[in-house]
Design a protein around this ligand. Structure first.
Ligand code: ZN
Length: 343
């Protein structure tokens, strides 16, 4: 899964620019302060939610650290992009860059991956610093983590271990105690919406929708191809008896079951919010439909819908017939007390 040798391929284009991203400025400043004070530790762990640009920050730290004449003007700190080290990095051939990438790869990080990393550390360095970047370090299995721990306990001279993790709590405490943490915190809704509009070319309405949809969509900065309005309208029509189960099934069939399950659960949360008198987070195009859903049934009904939706999500990957699974879902949502459900 991973390439523990020199960087493969050219340096990636960043969708998230650290300098333009408010929630990355604090951890970036923290790194600069450590670096400028000569107190940079051997291990840095960047933690935060997916989609917030942990890797963009890691690569900026890497670029700055390897650069032979970094820009140090306050507020404009960064790699020069023209020195020999920067040119090697941009070409993807800097010998002091070691990477264990593979975001989203199911196979995790094995002891062989870490061993390859250790082997690479025995080679002669090109510059004064060698950097090992490990993406989603929590994917390490126990043996891999133990192996990395030995490296962190006695780091080779001139080495920097740069780890990213969405779930730092899944890393062994022994590793966490060996690295300094840079925390990327979730921005507020207005900050994120403004950032999407200003830097990602997204309209205000779409940005609000992306925020509502959550993590997966925020990462891509693009609205999904499936029709969330139609899916929501189908639920409203089903509830209000305007359309039968079959019409709803027909609409929902166009959406992957897992995606549909997450969307319906997201709507469910919003309905519960409205019914509890809390402010809804729904964007304006969706708010009327949420209103219709929450007005139509009692809270007792909606509470019963929750296990139905969770069960649907849990079985979303089962090779059931789509039509049957959706038909059952629609029936269960119409009347979650149906004995058929409980059987
Ligand atoms: Zn440079």
């Amino acid at each position: 899964m991973a390439d523990a040798g020199a960087a493969d391929g050219a340096w990636p284009e960043e969708r998230i620019q650290v300098a333009q991203t408010p929630w990355l400025s604090a951890p970036w400043a923290q790194f600069l302060a450590l670096q400028q004070a000569g107190r940079l530790p051997h291990g840095l762990l960047i933690t935060g939610a997916r989609g917030l640009g942990l890797m963009s920050l890691a690569r900026r730290i890497m670029a700055y650290s390897l650069c032979q004449s970094p820009i140090t003007t306050p507020g404009a700190e960064g790699a020069c992009q023209v020195c020999p080290a920067c040119r090697l990095r941009l070409a993807g051939t800097h010998p002091d860059i070691l990477q264990l990438l593979g975001s989203g790869s199911a196979s995790g990080i094995s002891i062989d991956d870490i061993r390859a990393l250790i082997d690479a550390f025995s080679l002669t360095r090109y510059g004064p610093l060698r950097i090992a970047l490990i993406e989603q370090a929590e994917r390490m299995n126990r043996n891999a983590a133990n192996s990395l721990l030995k490296l962190l306990e006695e780091p080779p001279a001139g080495s920097l271990f740069l780890l990213t993790a969405e779930r730092a709590d899944l890393l062994p405490a022994t590793i966490r105690s060996r690295v300094q943490r840079l925390v990327v915190t979730m921005p507020t809704r207005p900050v994120m919406v403004r950032w999407l509009c200003d830097t990602q070319g997204v309209t205000e309405a779409d940005a609000q929708m992306l925020w509502f949809m959550g993590e997966e969509q925020l990462i891509s900065g693009q609205l999904p191809a499936w029709d969330w309005m139609a899916a929501t309208q189908a639920w409203v029509a089903l509830n209000e008896g305007h359309s039968g189960v079959l019409a709803t099934v027909k609409c929902w069939q166009n959406i992957p079951r897992d995606t549909l399950a997450r969307w319906l659960l997201r709507l469910w949360v919003e309905v519960m919010r409205v019914q509890s008198g809390l402010a809804s987070e729904a964007p304006s195009q969706l708010a009327p439909l949420i209103g219709q859903l929450s007005r139509h049934d009692t809270q007792a009904h909606w509470l019963k819908c929750h296990p139905v939706l969770l069960e649907f999500l849990q079985t979303a990957s089962h090779p059931l017939n789509d039509e049957l699974a959706l038909e059952r879902l629609a029936l269960d949502l119409t009347d979650p007390s149906l004995p058929a459900r409980l059987a």
